[in-house]
Design a protein around this ligand. Structure first.
Ligand SMILES: NC(=O)C1=CN([C@@H]2O[C@H](COP(=O)(O)OP(=O)(O)OC[C@H]3O[C@@H](n4cnc5c(N)ncnc54)[C@H](OP(=O)(O)O)[C@@H]3O)[C@@H](O)[C@H]2O)C=CC1
Ligand SMILES: CC(=O)C(=O)O
Ligand SMILES: [Mg+2]
Length: 759
């Protein structure tokens, strides 16, 4: 089996820091209506709100039309079976529930928040949820232990007229069944012939074996096992849910049951399956060790005793992630979109079959790139889609919605499935997709050596570590080795054998070469040799840039400890500009990706500079896999009102006309004309064929102020400014940048040195 050695890409402190900052937790709420004026307030609240109140009082289903109910799912737990960690209480489950909520949003654009209920008593739990349940369009029950979870789910489903879906049962059943269908495909085993052993007769296990039987596995070919051993017919102390799957079998232990088995499903706890058990299985065994966070047996242990196994775990850092994250976002997306009353058996089967079918289709390159550059092709190491597969959002929900419609549980059938698929495509979070695409391209390109100039800083060390763990390239930390190692150890990071390089400028073998080379560049610009020697010895930006210039590294990231302009001056003494250097920010908001230039270099660009900014920006955007459509922004619209700044833009347009560039551009115009083609009726001569995606600003202050404004007020994500146009790629982050900002900048730096993204 390939690629089993992926390792955890974070330390414990990283996980805590991730959850702690910049704001505690993983979700927040965003309004969908402006709340700016007296009128807005009157409509949103008293008196306007009374009108929908009365409409809903007359017909409760109107809540779907006038409130967020229809796109809202609650993730509800009491913390009695948190992952495979056990009963740790309702509050300890909150990070997991927030996590599920954020995955709903990220993967399926479903709004979601978590509810932690402080009771282990099923009746009390049911009473609480029953009484608040109408709030949502659906309820995702999570990490509630068995057998209580079975009663809780079925009673709540009877009491509420929305889907109540226990994810650990059915989400897991859907994914594991999809995986099993495909694993059988690959091994040539037939569902009706395979011998299946289930380790862990709880919520996830019993539901999974149930769904597998529904798609063809024969009951008499199954054996289920709990902590007390095999659940055979007639065993004492077996509850009704386990008893329903008990079989006539001579086996009494998991080890006995696994001899000659084709499939083992682990939905129990870490370490429950041993190498000896795996060794005793039939040829081409199918092993799904799905306990989280640690599987019943690791892929490494399986590989040490079997070379013919198909192996899956619940984790993202091994191949074949059989995890319910592939299911619940899309099940609910489809269910919500038809305002389903429940998620029934047919919808689950449709989802499992759709997932299995998608994995058998050809995998687009951008999906493969996001998966650490590995070529994904249907086979033993790719039996189900990757969670980052952008096709999931438009491929799976239509099958779920269709099954709901066919079985009469849809309140609002979908009339045009093709239109529905198109609508689903537009729901993906653009920032995630863009970074996924760029990181994928970096991973797929030959290894890049990236200098992290401020190598003694803890944030920089952590970023270098994350960069390396994510397989984005080889980081080189500049600084004193003992101090770097000490700071790394304090951050809980161990560097040994990781392939992170540490270079101390003072003792570097290249020190003399860099000094000679830089002195030759600067001697006629007022620098003495000893000045240059000091720069190389003492200033890591000079040394790092020299490494890049002289070919010992490909790219550099810096700026955490010093302001942009100072750093840029230093870098420019070492590196030349290719054509024209600009600063470009990427702005992600409301489903759009916009590129804004120039956000850091030209203070008041003249017409020639504006034209070149557009050319440089368009070229960069094209390299990012997008087709540039450039709008030159201004306070004026095609000469009205007249003015000096507007004239510079008009002149820039004439320059581009004369040069015959190969991208769309237009100006000058205000943002609404650039972004909304419907607003252009008065300007039929405009040449942009759609909304602009590259905004060339008239001056740096308007660029910088407007990007920050939309970031602060509009909730946009801003990446950059990225430095574009140097002969070698250097990214300067903002003072005090976070670990993830440094990793993003380093990724762009590596990307700029040759990787090419898909559109
Ligand atoms: N990959 C995925 O998508 C998912 C994975 N899971 C994982 O599955 C596991 C179970 O979750 P869930 O079903 O919700 O929990 P439950 O508490 O409902 O069930 C756990 C079951 O595992 C059994 N068990 C525990 N330890 C062993 C052991 N050493 N040998 C055999 N059986 C054992 C328990 O036995 P007994 O009944 O005797 O107590 C019980 O039947 C967790 O690790 C969870 O993380 C869950 C959902 C999704
Ligand atoms: C994945 C999941 O839901 C669990 O492990 O509980
Ligand atoms: Mg769970």
């Amino acid at each position: 089996m390939a690629d089993l050695t992926d390792k955890q890409t974070f330390s414990d402190e990283d996980a805590l820091e991730f959850h702690r900052s910049p704001t505690p937790g993983k979700i927040s709420m965003a309004p969908t209506k402006p709340m700016a004026t007296q009128r807005d307030l009157s409509l949103a609240y008293s008196p306007g709100v009374a009108i929908p109140v009365l409409a809903i009082a007359a017909d409760v289903d109107k809540a779907y039309d006038y409130t967020s109910k229809g796109n809202l799912v609650a993730v509800i737990s009491n913390g009695t079976a948190i992952l495979g960690l056990g009963n740790l209480g309702h509050m300890a489950s909150k990070p997991v529930m927030e996590g599920k909520a954020v995955l709903f949003k990220r993967f399926a654009d479903v709004d979601s928040f978590d509810v932690e209920v402080k009771t282990t008593d099923p009746d009390e739990f049911i009473t609480v949820v029953k009484n608040i349940g109408d709030t949502w369009g659906g309820i995702n029950l999570e990490d509630i232990k068995s057998p209580e979870c079975f009663v809780i789910e079925s009673e709540l489903q009877d009491l509420l007229d929305i889907p109540v879906f226990h994810d650990d049962q059915h989400g897991t059943a859907i994914i594991s069944t999809a995986g099993l269908i495909n694993a059988c495909h690959i091994t040539g085993k037939k569902l009706e012939d395979i011998k299946v052993v289930l380790a862990g007769a709880g919520a996830a296990g019993l539901s999974s074996i149930g769904l597998m039987k529904a798609v063809g596995v024969r009951a008499e070919n199954t054996v289920i096992v709990d902590r007390d051993g095999v659940i055979y017919k007639g065993r004492d102390n077996v509850d009704q849910w386990k008893a329903a799957h008990a079989t006539d079998t001579p086996h009494r232990t998991l080890a006995e049951a696994m001899v000659g088995a084709d499939v083992v499903l682990g939905l129990s706890a870490k370490g429950a399956i041993t190498k000896e058990m795996v060794a005793s299985m039939a040829p081409n065994p199918i092993i799904f060790a799905m306990a989280n966070p640690d599987p019943e047996i690791t892929p490494e242990d399986v590989a040490s005793v079997r070379s013919d196994a198909i192996m899956a775990t619940g984790r993202s850092d091994y191949v074949n992630q059989v995890n319910n994250v592939l299911g619940f976002p899309y099940i609910f997306r489809g269910a919500l979109d038809v305002r389903a009353r429940r998620v029934n058996h047919e919808m689950k089967v449709a989802c499992a079959q759709a997932l299995a079918a998608l994995a058998r289709e050809d995998v687009p390159d951008e999906v493969a790139m996001a998966y650490r550059g590995r070529k994904l092709r249907f086979g033993p190491d790719y039996i189900i889609p990757s969670p980052f597969d952008p096709r999931l959002i438009w491929y799976i929900p239509p099958f779920v919605a269709q099954a709901a419609m066919d079985t009469g549980v849809a309140r609002k059938p979908i009339e045009d499935m093709d239109a529905y698929r198109t609508e689903l495509r537009s729901r993906l979070d653009p920032s995630a997709a863009l970074m996924q695409n760029i990181s994928g391209a970096v991973r797929a390109a030959p290894n890049k050596r990236v200098v992290f100039a401020e190598g003694e800083e803890t944030a920089v060390i952590r970023a270098a570590w994350g960069f390396k763990q994510a397989e984005l390239g080889t980081p080189i930390l500049l600084g004193r080795e003992d101090l770097i190692r000490q700071n790394a150890a304090e951050a809980g990071l161990i560097f040994d054998d990781m392939g992170i390089e540490i270079v101390n400028a003072r003792v570097s073998e290249h020190n003399a070469d860099y000094t000679d080379w830089l002195y030759a560049r600067l001697q006629r610009r007022g620098y003495l040799r000893r000045d240059v020697q000091r720069m190389i010895n003492q200033d890591r930006n000079y040394f790092g840039a020299a490494m890049v210039a002289r070919g010992q590294a490909d790219a550099m990231v810096t700026g955490v400890t010093r302001n942009f302009n100072m750093v840029l001056k230093e870098v420019r003494r070492v590196l030349d500009v290719k054509n024209r250097m600009i600063g470009m920010s990427i702005l992600l908001a409301k489903g759009r990706t916009l590129f804004v230039a120039d956000t850091s270099i030209h203070e008041l660009p003249n017409a020639e500079e504006l034209a070149e900014i557009a050319i440089q920006a368009a070229e960069t955007v094209r390299k990012l896999g997008k087709t540039p459509r450039v709008a030159f922004l201004s306070y004026s619209t095609f000469g009205n009102p007249p003015g000096d700044r507007g004239e510079k833009v008009r002149e820039a347009i004439r320059i581009l006309d004369a040069r015959g560039v190969d991208f769309e551009y237009e100006g000058e115009m205000p943002p609404e004309l650039a972004l909304d083609p419907d607003a252009r009726a008065a300007y039929p001569f405009m040449r942009l064929t759609g909304h602009a995606n590259v905004l060339v600003m008239p001056a740096i202050h308007s660029a910088s102020i407007s990007t920050r404004l939309v970031q602060q007020l509009g909730g946009a994500t801003v990446i950059g400014p990225l430095l574009v146009g140097l002969e070698k790629s250097v990214q300067i982050v903002s003072l005090g940048a976070s670990v993830s900002e440094i990793i993003t900048a380093a990724t762009f730096a590596a990307y700029d040195e040759g990787a090419v993204a898909e559109g």
